[in-house]
Design a protein around this ligand. Structure first.
Ligand code: ANZ
Ligand code: ZN
Length: 873
């Protein structure tokens, strides 16, 4: 395969051309955003790609993400919108601290160095970004506002401080997210993770569970799958709370159930290991305490709990059944009951719940069927019940009717639920309720590289907010990472302060915010990044919501849910006036690549390979063959990444952008291949030759339209039809279709055979200009270069989007049905403006019509224009 040689003089030299235009755009402030008051009459458009974490280098996922956003930004700008297209850095987080621990560089230095490198890479992509608006979340100028809003939200009652279970890494002495717990061990230290109870700050997101759920219905420009994922994450369950009086104690055990209809099948109750009652019992029961400790080794992830073997501990207590006089069931502590869900306690119905079934069979507890499938006859039903009660391993969780259930017998599940709840309410032993799976959002992290939480703990006054005039609480620079745990906590002086209330020695909070908080409002800050207040409400009113947000599906739940919550919290504290921050959301697919394995089973990188007859080898001598594995998302671990900078260096940014857009719809995965990128490169070359190859075949710019003959008229029409269709494609984010239109138009121009010379020169210029203008959002540098080559002195970037001539979009011919004596015989295609006599003649000349006339002369011919020709004999 030929390697492109960008220095060859015949060729379009992206390497020289691209920086030239980038400099020009920057020098002319081409992408400067106008303030609302300066954009009179212009509609606004806010396009935002999820801002990057400054890891050090951009990857192909970034290239795809930012190319998509850039096409929209450039298109909308040309189409007359005042566009906000900013860029910033999600700059706090663990990797900076890991780098500090490993290489002894301060997190700030590491982060800012990475930002500089990545900014240069993004600029080399030619993105139409207003860099004046750039900020990094680790800048005190950003996070001081986050601290101020935290205090506002604390005052507004949106935040609480409470105990909760966390995954604790005893070696790194830090809290781990569930994803950082791998097979029960810390991802960095490898130490077995413990469940620990810590006092932490929480956003009361559960208070807004219903609102966040309802709000999803208004987000009509979000992908259905994201809305579904959020719906499931919020996890609304309708059910009941039921109170089981505990025998011998003046106390009731409160459980949450979605199946109150199965109460007659209750065979035991179970408490979470962290349930307050379990705690109290464990104080006096060493065996129970040991069991609780064992459960705590499991970590907090639902998955771990779900897959672990069901285990229980019989407390010896008994709970009285609410419906069955004199009946009680044993109370266990069970490892599969979560403290964080419902009430942290359940009643178990083994016949109709698999976990309960597993548990019951293991501990020899009764299985009492209380729902049977509807269609069974009496005999079958009896057999079903016996089997389920005695031997079945699988619970029956299907629909059916209540059996063995006293006053519920014969009712269908839904009706039985309702009847059971009614009865519970009547007896004062329960009530209908709605439960959400959503948990409050814990925002405390025992880490250094995050935004300090602006509170002070005083022995006498409790938790005291840092006075506003002392904000920002800045991170100290002089920290050391040589001990495990939180460097802020180890710092010799930082945390020792006076209580702002009583002046006594007090302790600064050493936890920092979850970095999801930084990304929950950055879109609002971009509206006025230099404002003295967290947001400039007027600017936010003008720009928000974000019209088009673009990012990966991996953020479908947490980031997008937190941002939706935070926007509501900002509204309540007067920082914005809307609830939903992102009107349109687009989740792009991944960039994939083949994977390669050496004979030893190690991953090989694409750039290590030598190819012969389509087969890869590890050595130049072609003696070590490599197996081609699955096509997977580019990742460092599989070594199947391609470095964007190398690609841009070799082929230019436009080629990389074009390839990203052309190969598959943007919502699907795109497979990176050498052939694909070469093909894109060849097209940029062909495009350049097409535009500049025959300067004598063009009229001068701005030549008035001459009379067009057949071929010129056809090209004129094709160009406008392409323009209209492509504009619609861009509006609908169908970038690959837009690319296909550009190929079509390029082909039409290549194949153009002019008749009349003046008409031909004019039509060719028009078609080329349209081609260049519509391709420019995708290949902006090539666009500018071609535009200049076509003799224009203006920047294409500031040239309005061309408008298609509507009259050219309608087809110029029509097809009419032809009937003879009311019977359809054929059809005829004629020019749209043909007169009736010509239509009549064409219809009568058709073979089939002539045959059916059998030589007779028609009595009458009726032409209904555009529709039908009726021949009467
Ligand atoms: C009795 C019962 C009978 C249940 C039956 C199910 C089937 P969703 O739908 O996810 O809301 N549950 C309640 N709290 C729990 C906790 N803290 N930890 C573990 N499990 C808990 O699930 C609700 C069901 O999950 C509840 O309904 C309860 O079991 C269980 F045939 O109550 B059920
Ligand atoms: Zn005090």
């Amino acid at each position: 395969m030929t390697t492109p040689d960008p220095s060859s003089s015949q060729r379009y030299n992206a390497k020289a051309v691209e920086p030239k235009w980038q400099k020009l755009w920057a020098g002319r402030n081409s992408f400067r955003t106008r303030k609302a008051e300066d954009a009179k009459g212009q509609p606004k458009y806010y396009v935002l790609e999820m801002f990057p974490y400054p890891s050090g280098k951009i990857h192909m996922g970034h290239v795809r993400n930012y190319t998509l956003g850039d096409v929209i930004a450039r298109f909308k700008r040309a189409a007359g919108y005042n566009v906000l297209h900013p860029m910033g850095w999600d700059a706090f987080g663990m990797p900076a601290e890991n780098a500090a621990m490993e290489n002894n560089v301060p997190p700030a230095d590491w982060t800012y160095k990475n930002i500089a490198a990545m900014r240069a890479q993004l600029q080399a992509m030619g993105l139409a970004i207003d860099w004046e608006l750039e900020f990094a979340t680790c800048d005190p100028e950003y996070y001081r506002h986050e601290q101020a809003m935290f205090l506002d939200m604390l005052e507004a009652g949106l935040i609480t401080r409470k105990k909760s279970y966390v995954n604790w890494d005893p070696v790194d002495m830090t809290v781990l997210a569930n994803e950082q717990v791998i097979d029960g061990k810390g991802w960095r230290s490898g130490a077995p993770v413990e469940r620990r109870e810590l006092t932490q700050w929480f956003f009361k997101i559960t208070d807004k569970a219903e609102e966040l759920l309802q709000g999803l219905e208004t987000l009509t420009r979000w992908p259905d799958k994201v809305r579904l994922m959020q719906t499931n994450w919020i996890g609304r369950s309708e059910g009941a709370r039921v109170y089981f009086p505990i025998e011998g104690m003046d106390e009731k055990l409160e459980v949450f159930t979605t199946r109150p209809d199965t109460l007659f099948g209750a065979s035991f109750c179970a408490l979470a290991p962290g349930h307050p009652l379990t705690r109290r019992l464990a104080e006096k029961d060493e065996k129970l305490a040991a069991f609780v400790r064992e459960c705590e080794q499991l970590g907090t992830s639902e998955e771990a709990i779900e897959t672990a073997e069901k285990k229980g501990f019989d407390t010896g207590l008994r709970a009285r059944h609410p419906f069955i006089e004199g009946h009680s069931v044993p109370v266990y502590v069970a490892n599969f009951v979560l403290m964080e869900y419902g009430t942290g306690a359940i009643f178990a119905c083994p016949a109709h719940d698999q976990r309960d079934m597993d548990f019951a069979r293991k501990y020899g507890l009764p299985v009492i069927p209380v729902v049977a499938p509807k269609k069974l006859n009496e005999e079958e039903r009896a057999a079903f019940i016996t089997e389920l009660a005695e031997t079945a391993k699988d619970a029956f969780d299907g629909d059916g009717i209540a059996v063995n259930s006293d006053f519920l017998n014969g009712l269908e599940v839904t009706d039985a639920k309702r009847a059971a709840i009614e009865k519970l309410e009547e007896m004062g032993l329960g009530e209908g309720t709605v439960n959400y799976r959503l948990r409050d959002w814990g925002i405390s992290r025992q880490r250094y590289w995050g935004c300090p939480i602006p509170v002070i703990h005083c022995e006498a006054c409790g938790t005291v907010p840092v006075p506003r005039d002392q904000l920002p609480v800045k991170l100290p620079d002089d920290v050391s990472f040589d001990k495990p745990g939180n460097p802020l906590d180890h710092h010799p002086t930082w945390k020792h302060v006076e209580c702002p209330k009583c002046g006594q020695p007090a302790r600064r909070e050493t936890d920092t915010f979850d970095t999801f908080m930084d990304s929950s409002w950055y879109f609002a800050r971009f509206c006025a990044p230099k404002a003295e207040t967290p947001t400039d409400v007027q600017a936010a009113d003008y720009w928000l919501p974000v019209d088009q947000y673009i990012g990966g599906i991996e953020h479908a739940v947490l980031h997008l849910l937190y941002a939706r919550f935070f926007t509501r919290a900002m509204k309540e504290t007067g920082h914005v006036n809307l609830e939903e921050p992102f009107a349109g959301l687009f989740t792009q697919g991944m960039v994939t690549h083949e994977t390669y394995k050496t004979p030893e089973g190690k991953w090989a990188a694409p750039d290590e390979l030598f190819w012969k007859d389509g087969k890869p080898f590890l050595d130049e001598g072609l003696s070590v063959p490599v197996t081609v594995g699955a096509i997977e998302k580019m990742s460092k671990s599989k070594r199947n990444t391609i470095d964007p900078t190398a690609i841009i260096d070799q082929y230019g940014a436009d080629t990389a952008r074009w390839f990203m857009l052309s190969d598959s719809p943007p919502e699907r995965d795109v497979q990176w291949t050498e052939e694909g990128i070469e093909g894109a490169w060849r097209f940029t070359q062909r495009f350049w030759r097409l535009v500049t190859g025959e300067p004598d075949a063009l009229c001068p710019p701005e030549t008035p339209m001459p009379a067009l003959d057949g071929p010129a008229e056809a090209l004129h029409r094709t160009a406008h039809q392409t323009l209209a269709a492509l504009t619609a494609n861009l509006e609908a984010l169908q970038f690959n279709k837009a690319v296909a239109r550009i190929y079509e138009l390029a082909n039409a121009i290549s194949g153009f055979k002019p008749g009349d010379e003046a008409a031909g020169k004019w039509a060719r210029r028009e078609a080329l200009e349209i081609l260049v203008r519509v391709a420019a959002p995708m290949m902006p540098h090539l666009g500018e270069e071609c535009w200049a080559a076509l003799g224009h002195k203006t920047l294409l970037t500031s040239t309005p989007w061309p408008v298609a001539d509507e009259s050219l979009l309608v087809e110029d011919s029509v097809t009419l049905a032809v009937q003879v004596n009311g019977k359809r015989r054929d059809e005829v295609t004629v020019p749209r403006d043909a007169d009736p006599a010509a239509v009549e003649e064409a219809a009568l000349n058709l073979d089939k019509v002539r045959a059916s006339l059998e030589g007779k002369k028609p009595k009458k011919v009726i032409v209904v224009p555009g529709r039908i020709v009726n021949v009467v004999v």
